[in-house]
Design a protein around this ligand. Structure first.
Ligand SMILES: Cc1cc2nc3c(=O)[nH]c(=O)nc-3n(C[C@H](O)[C@H](O)[C@H](O)COP(=O)(O)O)c2cc1C
Length: 214
């Protein structure tokens, strides 16, 4: 596709509206409401979210991870603590999340501090994963350079044989993080690019709700 054709790709958003009077005073409740709608609408992988981090160099990096829980603490995902994102977060424990539910013409952005989950909680989730996923976590030093695919598959096969019928221990380098929201913005596409944007920000535990210009 040529640049001119790419520039011509545009959609008019007409699906829904969003007003301050529509939203819950608690942004986590509002998020759960939109998330349930995304699940019901059968969007593929509605829990896929972009996670952006920046380590001490200041270079932002974005990648997709899966949301694995939301509670009063915030938004939970699991990963390798020694991966690129793990290194970034050890240098600068702040992140930005972005859900992009195009079928509903919606986006949700979340900014906040990030903390590791307690080890027991990571272990409980690790143990709930299918056997192959647990072995995969053991086999992968996520984001390290590997010679070739064969090397990975050999390690995977060896670990599978070693742990067949046994408990697979959670690697200490694998676990959860929670993004504790300080800002949550709900975006609803509207006609003529006059989109609805409702932003929640918090200080000292109470939330301020404002409409932003599109
Ligand atoms: C749909 C999808 C879901 C993913 N879910 C996760 C996840 O939950 N945790 C994770 O560590 N990586 C996940 N990944 C892989 C990451 O995008 C990324 O490649 C990996 O975590 C390494 O990133 P890093 O080097 O920046 O740490 C997922 C990728 C896709 C496309």
């Amino acid at each position: 596709m040529q640049t001119k054709e790419i520039a011509g790709l545009r959609k008019n958003y007409t699906f829904e509206t969003l007003d301050r009077t529509d939203v819950d005073s608690d942004p986590l409740k509002q998020f759960k409401h939109w998330f349930d709608q995304a699940v019901k609408s059968e969007i593929p992988e509605p829990n896929a979210m972009i996670l952006a981090t920046a380590g001490s160099s200041g270079q932002p990096r974005a990648r997709v991870v899966l949301l694995k829980g939301v509670d009063e603490r915030g938004f939970i995902f699991y990963t390798n603590y020694e991966s690129g994102k793990g290194r970034d977060l050890s240098q600068n424990p702040r992140a930005s999340l972005c859900f992009n539910w195009l079928e509903l013409e919606r986006q949700v952005r979340i900014d906040g501090n990030v903390e590791k989950l307690p080890a027991e909680e990571s272990s409980a989730y690790f143990n709930s994963r299918p056997f192959d996923s647990r072995i995969g976590a053991l086999a992968s030093h996520q984001s390290a350079v590997v010679g070739d695919r064969e090397q990975l598959e050999t390690t995977f096969r060896q670990l599978k044989a070693e742990y067949e019928g046994k408990e697979v221990p959670r690697p200490e380098t694998w676990g959860g993080y929670v993004v504790k929201p300080e800002l949550i913005e709900f975006w609803q596409g509207r006609p003529g690019r006059l989109h609805d944007r409702i932003e929640y920000t918090t200080e000292n535990g109470s939330w301020t709700i404002r409409r932003l210009s599109p």
